[in-house]
Design a protein around this ligand. Structure first.
Ligand code: NAP
Length: 241
């Protein structure tokens, strides 16, 4: 049985990935930071629907490395590592403190890299090890007022480019799914008018559904996706990339 760890399984895109992988027979470690209830509900639903698979909830605040050793010890078998956690901040760069930047870097780049180092041998043992980041179109295109966020998302792409070359012969693939605008909690900050304005700029004419992003992560996790590595796949409705 295959096991995936989904960081940010309590978020909208992470939950959508969890639902699709569970339906395909995966056992899951479902990570959350504050939203324990969402993960508890997912586990409840999955245990009923898929009684022969395993489901575990794991908590960890990724803005600090304090609890990393304990977190690492809670993961046993692992075939896929999926990073769907992340937040953004809307500030001009001149209003972004070094602490803000450090937190974002820690959560979306530094700790993911520490986890990957710790789990490399487990993923190699799988023969079909998979590392998937949910990046952002802003990592390849850039967004004013989100310079720090664009920087960490660009770093995820740069990391995947390079690390894919180091672990290709171990059967581990490393890719980024980079969404445009997705209809999730993260975008609830926009007014209805702003939401409509953004949607009007997108050739497909609307925000993505979380399931439409999860779909690509799930394809990359498949055993048959072993020849796709070091890539950033832009899933943005034809918007920016
Ligand atoms: N929505 C979009 O338009 C969009 C576009 C491009 C890329 N993305 C990327 O997609 C990923 C998922 O976003 P989403 O739209 O699904 O947002 P979401 O629903 O707000 O989910 C965010 C996730 O990040 C977790 N998280 C927040 N702070 C954390 C911390 N300190 N430590 C560990 N985890 C933390 C949350 O956990 P808790 O809820 O448990 O605290 C939650 O699971 C992010 O990397 C985001 O950058 C989103």
């Amino acid at each position: 049985m295959k096991h995936a760890l989904i960081l940010g399984a309590s978020g909208d895109i992470g939950s959508a990935i969890a639902k699709q992988l569970a339906a395909k027979g995966w056992s899951l470690y479902l990570h959350y930071n504050q939203n324990k209830v969402v993960v508890q509900q997912l586990i409840h639903q999955f245990i009923k629907a898929y009684p022969h698979q395993e489901f575990f909830g794991v908590a960890f605040d990724m803005q600090t490395k304090e609890n990393l050793p304990v977190f690492l010890q809670s993961i046993f078998e692992l075939d896929a590592l999926i990073f769907a956690q992340g937040t953004t901040d809307y500030h001009l760069l001149t209003e972004t403190s070094v602490e803000d930047l450090q937190k974002m870097w820690m959560m979306q780049v530094a700790l993911p890299i520490e986890m990957i180092k710790a789990f490399q041998s487990k993923l190699a043992h799988s023969n079909n090890g998979r590392i998937i980041f949910i990046g952002s179109v802003y990592g390849g295109f850039g967004s004013a007022m989100e310079v720090a966020y664009s920087t960490v998302k660009g770093a995820q792409t740069a990391f995947a480019n390079a690390y894919a070359k180091e672990v290709g012969t171990l059967g581990i693939t490393v890719n980024v799914v980079a969404p445009g605008a997705v209809d999730t909690q993260m975008n609830r900050v926009f007014s209805k008018e702003d939401h409509q304005k953004i949607a009007a700029e997108i050739p497909v004419g609307r925000f993505a559904k979380a399931d439409e992003i999860a779909y690509w992560a799930v394809q990359l996790a498949d055993d048959q996706a072993g020849y796709m590595t070091g890539q950033t796949i832009y899933v943005d409705g034809g918007w920016l990339k």
